[in-house]
Design a protein around this ligand. Structure first.
Ligand SMILES: [Zn+2]
Length: 121
């Protein structure tokens, strides 16, 4: 059975996309841990980080670095970004994905739609 990210990549499910190239997709997390929480996902199906080749990991890191830099520039009151990749039991969706979870110096009012627009600019 297809996982939720493969369905998004195949256009069978809606998502809030802010980045896309030949190999990598950037979408907003549907259940954010903090405002503006985003995901970086390879378009090819890799179950987890251990199944990925270094070339694909490099592509993911290149995009995540770019997006984290962008978050620091455009998200209001941001003071950092946690970059997390879960593996094994903590990994809920078995299609590799990197979380970019912003932290803030004070509470912000930022919807996932607004955050998505800021990242697209
Ligand atoms: Zn998949």
């Amino acid at each position: 059975m297809k996982d939720v990210f493969c369905k998004i990549i195949d256009g069978e499910l809606e998502s809030k996309k802010f980045y896309e190239d030949e190999f990598v997709l950037g979408i907003m997390d549907a259940n954010p841990d903090s405002p503006g929480h985003a995901l970086i996902i390879p378009k090819n199906h890799f179950e987890d980080i251990m199944k990925m080749d270094m070339e694909m990991l490099a592509r993911i890191y290149k995009v995540s670095k770019k997006i984290a830099t962008k978050m620091m520039e455009v998200y209001p009151n941001i003071d950092g970004v946690i970059q997390v990749v879960n593996y094994g039991k903590p990994q809920i969706i078995k299609h590799y994905h990197m979380h970019l979870i912003p932290t803030y110096e004070k509470e912000v009012n930022l919807s996932q739609d607004e955050a998505c627009e800021l990242l697209k600019k």
